[in-house]
Write a protein that binds this ligand. Sequence first.
Ligand SMILES: Cc1cc2nc3c(=O)[nH]c(=O)nc-3n(C[C@H](O)[C@H](O)[C@H](O)COP(=O)(O)O)c2cc1C
Length: 167
Amino acid sequence: MEKIIIYATRYGTAKKYANYLAERLNLPLFSIEEITEAQLKGHTVIFISAVYAGSLMHLKDLLKVSDPQQEVQILTVGLTDPENQEKIQEIFNLAQQNANGKRLVFLGHLPGALTYDQLSFLHKTFIKGIHATSKNKSEVSDEVKLLRDVYKSSLDFVDFSRLDQLT
Ligand SMILES: Cc1cc2nc3c(=O)[nH]c(=O)nc-3n(C[C@H](O)[C@H](O)[C@H](O)COP(=O)(O)O)c2cc1C
């Protein structure tokens, strides 16, 4: 069964990883926004999705058009440290819970990137809020720390070599 790669991105990081993998594996590549049921039919899907507030972007939209038997392999992209197994497991568990019984196969988590200036007004407000409420606290989670630190700044942990094991 031929594989296809589908990505869901807000600011382009998941797309960068998807482009790289599609090129390396010579597989068709689609944005979640353009994919149709007919294009999905009969394919194993590799879904590369950015994580926001613990959830995969557009996972529900993908599962809506996918076949119940179709295998969906997942790669998440986010600021969560890929070595933080507990946190990554939480992201995967939540995705599986939201999958309405459909089969998800988790391939791994890829380190993301964020530039404050490029964020939407809503996301800027969110980051600003985290910064304001956590700046004087010493005991905050690693994710809160990263989101706090990106206030008026930029972080980039993109590492394509993380995909080498799949190519
Ligand atoms: C409002 C907001 C919430 C976020 N929540 C999470 C999160 O829960 N877990 C995580 O790993 N990364 C989180 N991130 C970081 C993004 O997942 C990361 O920047 C990713 O690279 C964005 O991918 P994209 O450029 O493809 O949209 C969040 C970023 C923003 C702006």
